[in-house]
Design a binder for this molecule. Structure first.
Ligand code: NAP
Ligand code: BGC
Ligand code: ZN
Length: 356
């Protein structure tokens, strides 16, 4: 079967011919439909995040997948079921995070992430997965099923942000998303009915398709070149929730001041090292005297994938269509990894639900 992989140090994805996997006990064989590409894939290809399985010199890419059960094997699934796999797997035998269904809370060394670190991903014509790591979805969602994984990332971040505000009557009205990439724009749509007012920060001038998409939701676009995060309260308002999806390392610190009193910041970005000066005393004081919270959030668990399926179902199809700027088959898979201002969310298509 064909698979898209990155060899260690190569800096670019390539097509490999690999044997079709066979399901082990408790696993199903899945025929891959589509696999999405996000900022993390670019970091993995560049070699700045993740790594190949131990003893191997390449990694099959892809962690945002949707597929169809080809062989249910000894699972309770059925051939033809549409499924989305979760990302984390136990590294060498199980551990308490996996036993508690909280693999997303496992520290380094206690998980592999398929397509990212230590385990091959889903960018292959077939993959196998334990039934416990497959979430079923209605076939009507198959087309956009590769968005379940990124949506689940936001389900988790929101769950943790809200939990941090659960000790009092928190009544958030406004939310600010930092970043107009695929994660930011998906999240903005999820916020549409949860907050009265939403804002989304990017660094692009008009005209730009992401600004049109932001405004199509009734959200306000903020250009960070005109209004840095720290100045947002004076120009717009101090948001109750800030969701950082830029990977720009100054943003979480600038957000502490920008938040409304009792507000919470969910930080999602994964930046490279960057040393800069901050006024630590002022930030410390601001956190304490205004009861602010910062929550870091990575990955997601089965419950959050299930919530993501519901969210995907509630998002407008025309909106999703505007985010998906390219779906490429294997012959032109390189195009899925292009990264320019016209790209929001790309995917590789391995097969179709209706026919192979
Ligand atoms: P992405 O497509 O690269 O999006 C990042 C966006 O932020 C881009 O649109 C970029 O603008 C914008 N941006 C960067 N610096 C900015 C600045 N100073 N001011 C305004 N806008 C700025 O990445 P993504 O896939 O959406 O993911 C976003 C981040 O979340 C990445 O760091 C990724 O690694 C991380 N992530 C984390 C998790 C998790 O579990 N924690 C899951 C998925 C992704 P331009 O396009 O104009 O450059
Ligand atoms: C993936 C998560 C993963 C994180 C860190 C994200 O792009 O969606 O599942 O935990 O990267 O590797
Ligand atoms: Zn991702």
């Amino acid at each position: 079967m064909k698979a898209i992989a990155v060899r260690d140090g190569a800096g670019e994805a390539e097509l490999l011919e690999l044997p079709q996997p066979e399901p082990a006990a408790g696993e199903a064989l899945v025929r891959t439909l589509r696999v999405g590409v996000d900022g993390t894939d670019h970091e993995v290809i560049a070699g700045s995040h993740g790594g190949s399985p131990e003893g191997e010199d390449y990694l099959v890419l892809g962690h945002e997948a949707v597929g169809v059960v080809e062989d249910a094997h000894d699972t309770t699934l059925e051939k033809g079921d549409v499924v989305v796999p979760t990302v984390r797997r136990p590294p060498n035998g199980t551990n308490r995070y996996f036993e508690n269904d909280e693999p997303d809370m496992a520290p380094d060394g206690q998980y592999h992430e398929r397509g990212i670190v230590g385990a091959h991903g889903f960018m292959a014509e077939y993959f196998t997965s334990p039934e416990s790591a497959l979430i079923k979805l209605n076939p009507s969602l198959a087309e956009y099923g590769f968005l379940v994984e990124p949506i689940s990332i936001t389900e988790k971040a929101l769950e943790h942000a809200e939990a941090s505000r659960s000790a009092f009557e928190w009544a958030p009205e406004s939310a600010l998303v930092l970043g107009n990439g695929s994660l930011g724009l998906l999240t903005l749509a999820m916020f549409e009915h949860r907050f009265e007012r939403t804002y989304c920060l990017g660094r692009r001038d008009r005209p730009d398709p992401t600004i049109d998409i932001i405004e199509s939701l009734g959200s306000t676009y903020i250009n960070s070149n005109d209004t840095p995060v720290s100045e947002i309260p004076e120009t717009y308002e101090a948001p109750d929730l800030i969701y950082e999806a830029t990977g720009y390392a100054k943003h979480p610190f600038e957000s502490i001041n920008a938040l409304a009193p009792n507000g919470v910041l969910a930080a999602l970005g994964v930046p490279n090292d960057w040393t800069f000066e901050i006024n630590g005393g002022a930030l410390h004081r601001e956190l304490v005297l205004h009861n602010k919270a910062i929550v870091g959030s990575v990955n997601s668990n089965r419950r959050q994938f299930e919530a993501a399926v519901e969210s995907l179902n509630s998002l407008s199809k025309p909106y999703l269509a505007s985010l998906v700027t390219g779906v490429y088959d294997l012959e032109s898979f390189e195009k899925a990894f292009a990264n320019d201002d016209t790209t929001i969310k790309n995917a590789v298509q391995f097969s179709t639900y209706e026919k192979r």
